[in-house]
Design a protein around this ligand. Structure first.
Ligand SMILES: Cc1cc2nc3c(=O)[nH]c(=O)nc-3n(C[C@H](O)[C@H](O)[C@H](O)COP(=O)(O)OP(=O)(O)OC[C@H]3O[C@@H](n4cnc5c(N)ncnc54)[C@H](O)[C@@H]3O)c2cc1C
Length: 623
């Protein structure tokens, strides 16, 4: 029934969908096998994309030719640029999504992708010969061959759902868990551990008194995630803020003896920074109130998601506590909150390409690697999809450096440091965050993706043209001066000291009170110059402004990245025997032998490998 595929992707979550899209767009014959084709790219938890550091990842996926940004733009119901009061390194786009449309849009885009076939089934094992992948076997008894297999099973591997004292098998509420595959992989020699996560109640919006909540509107001028010509939002739905109280906490406490977490029935490690409400009450016992976000689930539904109220307490306790929250006195719920425990595979078992070290041409991506979040999963899916294609075609592997992309930081962290709790991206994980801004993701990455074959000539040319226009504006403002007469009225209005002699526009822009757009509209010669540039737009002006205002920081970070890249260029061979290098500390010998870093740079980031161990390696290598 099935011919041999180039690549089989198992699971159509965020990782699987991006993996399948990337590999098929590069020209591989791909089969996407998933348990239920009706909920592809399902948002298991909150109906939102992006946010701090995650928004940057979506922009990067989009710049590389992935679909997550386009799908988000086409299905969002609210857009906000977070952290706008901080520097541009921190600006992070966030969208409230229509959960149902999001999944439908993904499916439509994948169905319109050439080279991509679909099969609804449950993969129960991978087929191998020696240490090479041959394909997969499914619950329906199909044995399907492929040159490569990408596993993206998310929270489904031996998933167990907990609500109060009840527990049952499931990969997500209402869906089966994936059985057999973990044991199959363990038999092949892989290590697997448990993690957990949770989700809150979904509330009937018809029963919420919104007048008691604080409205949180979208941005007045909503932006987009995709650099392509996706439509901009013309109307938006609001989110709301609500607050728990001591009364709510006391009711929740009455269920603590039945909590699967406190009673020790859940062993997996959960996300520390995304705790359940019962966790928050326990950990911050001095706090009488916690903020909740009331988020609409879509355009055409009354369902609301209560972000911050994640719980696995018995439903009746969740319900009773909910009704004590101001605005929720008469609330009804559609779905209860729950926790889920699942298997993951520590990602130090992977190479930079996300291929496993143990079985050739087998790749893992997404939550199976101990991450959490749609964006982190989607990014890994792209990397695995691209690399599976490249390896099958004997082409060099595709990796992104930590100084090139958040995606580079993500993969390097996972395979080098491993995870001891569900890994999510933060801006603080990136040492070069002023370089890795959301606004410049296309300039950083689109030309790279064009070389891979994921971006059309036209799209790449547009980015090159954008870069040229930014350079042109920078040249102009670096060489053009304004006189005190020309500019002092504006400086006075802006409460900043007047000029005594003429000054370059670029130096004026260093003043926090002065923006490029204000200068353009105030100075007729500047405005005429800008009008003379073809294809100019606000994005280009914003980029030129950021590069000028933050030039000092950007150059400094780029210098450090260049210096450190020397360490990234000193390669370490996979077969290097660290055990024989006795001047290394015992811990370093153990860790280096396990992780087998590709470069001195990667070795230096392994916890337990000290700077003196790195010196030993450098001396040994004669460098
Ligand atoms: C209850 C819950 C709460 C969560 N809370 C948060 C949160 O607060 N914050 C956050 O960032 N993230 C949260 N997440 C995680 C988020 O949903 C995931 O990070 C993200 O969906 C992972 O994407 P993925 O592609 O790796 O896997 P998933 O989205 O889980 O997709 C896996 C896909 O694989 C399919 N599949 C699995 N096994 C098989 C098989 N053997 N054969 C065929 N198909 C298979 C499934 O049907 C599914 O389509 C939560 C998830 C759950 C379930």
């Amino acid at each position: 029934m099935f011919k041999e595929y180039d690549i089989i992707v198992v699971g159509a979550g965020h990782a699987g969908c991006e993996a399948a899209a990337a590999a098929a767009n590069l020209g591989s014959k791909v089969l996407l096998i998933t348990m239920n084709m009706s909920n592809m790219a399902q948002m298991s938890c909150n109906p939102s994309m992006g946010g701090i550091a995650k928004g940057q990842i979506i922009r990067e996926i989009d710049a590389l030719g992935g679909y997550s940004g386009i799908v988000t733009d086409k299905t969002m119901i609210q857009f906000r640029m977070l952290n706008k009061s901080k520097g541009p390194a921190m600006w992070s786009p966030r969208a409230q999504s229509d959960r149902i449309l999001f999944s439908m849009q993904w499916r439509e885009m994948l169905e319109n992708t050439p080279n991509l076939d679909f099969w609804q089934d449950n993969v129960t094992s991978v087929l191998t010969k020696g240490n090479t992948i041959l394909g997969v076997e499914t619950e329906f008894g199909q044995k399907i061959n492929a040159k490569s297999v990408i596993l993206t099973n998310g929270t489904f591997l031996n998933g167990i759902i907990h609500i109060g004292e009840r527990k049952f098998k499931g990969g997500r509420i209402g869906e089966n868990s994936s059985l057999g595959l973990t044991e199959n992989l363990i038999n092949l020699g892989f290590e697997s551990l448990r993690m957990k996560t949770g989700t809150p109640v979904r509330v009937d919006g018809r029963t919420i008194d919104f007048s008691k909540l604080t409205e949180q509107k979208g941005d007045d001028f909503p932006k987009k995630f995709s650099f392509t010509n996706t439509p901009a939002l013309t109307k938006q739905k609001s989110c709301y803020l609500a607050y728990t109280s001591l009364d709510v906490h006391n009711i929740l406490r009455t269920g603590f003896d039945k909590s699967p977490m406190f009673a020790g029935r859940i062993e997996g490690i959960g996300p520390r920074y995304c705790p359940s409400i019962e966790d928050k009450i326990e950990r911050f016992s001095g706090k009488d109130s916690h903020q909740l976000f009331v988020e609409p689930e879509g355009w055409n539904t009354v369902e609301y998601y209560l972000n911050g109220f994640s719980s696995s307490l018995p439903e009746n306790i969740q319900f009773k506590a909910l009704q004590r929250i101001s605005g929720f006195e008469n609330a009804k719920i559609f779905r209860s909150g729950y926790a889920i425990e699942y298997d993951y595979f520590p990602p130090v078992q992977l190479k930079y390409s996300l291929e496993t070290k143990l079985i050739e041409n087998l790749y893992f991506s997404g939550q199976i690697n101990g991450t959490t979040g749609y964006e982190e999963a989607a990014a890994q899916g792209m990397i695995a999809g691209i690399n599976a294609h490249l390896k099958n075609n004997n082409k060099p592997l595709f990796t992104l450096k930590r100084s090139e992309a958040y995606i580079g930081v993500l993969i390097d962290d996972l395979i080098t440091k491993g995870v001891d709790e569900p890994y999510r991206m933060f801006t603080s994980r990136a040492e070069y965050r002023i370089l890795l801004r959301q606004d410049n993701a296309d300039i950083r990455l689109t030309p790279i993706a064009h070389k891979l074959g994921l971006i059309s000539n036209q799209r790449n040319n547009e980015v090159l043209q954008k870069q040229e226009l930014i350079n042109e504006i920078q040249r102009f403002i670096n060489k053009t001066s304004v006189t005190p007469d020309q500019i002092n009225p504006l400086l006075k209005k802006k409460n900043t000291s007047p000029l005594l002699q003429k000054q370059k526009i670029s130096s004026l822009l260093l003043r926090p009170q002065i923006s490029l757009t204000e200068l353009i509209s105030f100075l007729p010669f500047f405005s005429n110059y800008i009008k003379s540039l073809e294809n100019i737009n606000n994005e280009i002006l914003e980029e030129a402004e950021i590069l000028t205002k933050y030039n000092g920081y950007i150059s400094k970070e780029q210098d450090i990245a260049n210096k450190l890249s020397k360490l990234e260029n000193i390669e370490l061979h996979e077969s290097f025997n660290y055990k024989n290098l006795l001047s290394l500390s015992f811990e370093a010998r153990e860790k280096l032998s396990k992780i087998k870093p590709k470069t001195i740079g990667q070795a230096s980031r392994i916890s337990g490998v000290s700077p003196s161990d790195i010196s030993v390696l450098i001396v040994y290598l004669g460098r």
